[in-house]
Write a protein that binds this ligand. Structure first.
Ligand SMILES: C[S@@+](CC[C@H](N)C(=O)[O-])C[C@H]1O[C@@H](n2cnc3c(N)ncnc32)[C@H](O)[C@@H]1O
Length: 209
């Protein structure tokens, strides 16, 4: 029987290695080291209604549902192939652009392993793998609109776990989040030869007295 590539490979590749897959036209991002780091933090921190933005294969959402304390886990993705794949895994999944369809204050936990590789616009591939990988010229072209809308959709005592790579600019992401009224704390970190991956926990900042 042919092996399921997702089963056989598992989350063992860094995003750098996955970047070599550009143009191979795999329709859905396969779980990698970044997925694994996010899943471990999410199992520990997710509570209540939990949304995984950009769920891809649904592997992270499925782990959180199986191993964590969330009361409901939803996956969303802009890629319809990903939505189908996540549903095939039994994940409740919807097609959505970032947080757009979710009501104000509705989400207790938000998870996001974003597309973050800095990419020269002249070298962008026009396929779903690129949508999963490319963060535009700065690497932050999806992270910034996500952070713009996060304070609206996050419940008052909610938490968002955002995966950030050193390739994307860790300090820049933290500064952008703080400017939007959030406080940031690193809850997990892993270093690889070409990048360090961190999980930032983002919460509403209490108003100054
Ligand atoms: C790096 S992959 C992560 C997949 C999965 N969460 C994981 O950790 O294995 C990023 C995902 O974000 C999705 N994505 C890209 N732009 C998006 C957007 N505007 N709204 C929602 N999802 C988006 C991609 O389709 C892709 O599935």
């Amino acid at each position: 029987m042919p092996e399921d590539p997702e089963e056989s490979r598992g989350p063992t590749e860094t995003r750098d290695a996955l970047a070599e897959r550009r143009g191979q036209n795999a329709p859905v991002y396969e779980p990698a080291e970044d997925s694994s780091l996010l899943a471990e933090a999410a199992v520990e921190h997710a509570r209540g209604v939990t949304l995984e933005v950009g769920t891809g294969s649904g592997w992270v959402a499925q782990r959180v549902r199986a191993e964590g304390d969330a009361t409901r886990v939803i996956g969303s993705d802009v890629n319809p192939h990903a939505v189908r794949r996540a549903r095939d895994r039994g994940v409740e999944a919807v097609r959505a652009d970032l947080l757009a369809p979710f009501r104000d204050g509705a989400l207790d936990t938000v998870l996001f392993n974003p597309p973050y590789l800095p990419t020269d616009p002249d070298n962008e591939w026009d396929d779903w793998q690129e949508v999963a990988l490319s963060g535009g010229e700065t690497g932050r072209e999806l992270i910034e609109p996500f952070l713009d809308d996060l304070p609206r959709a996050l419940a008052p005592d909610g938490v968002a776990l955002l995966l950030v790579s050193s390739l994307t600019g860790f300090a820049e992401v933290v500064e952008y989040a703080v400017d939007r009224g959030l406080r940031a704390e690193t809850v997990a970190e892993e270093s690889y030869p070409f990048e360090t991956l961190s999980i930032l926990a983002l919460r509403h900042r209490a108003p100054d007295n």
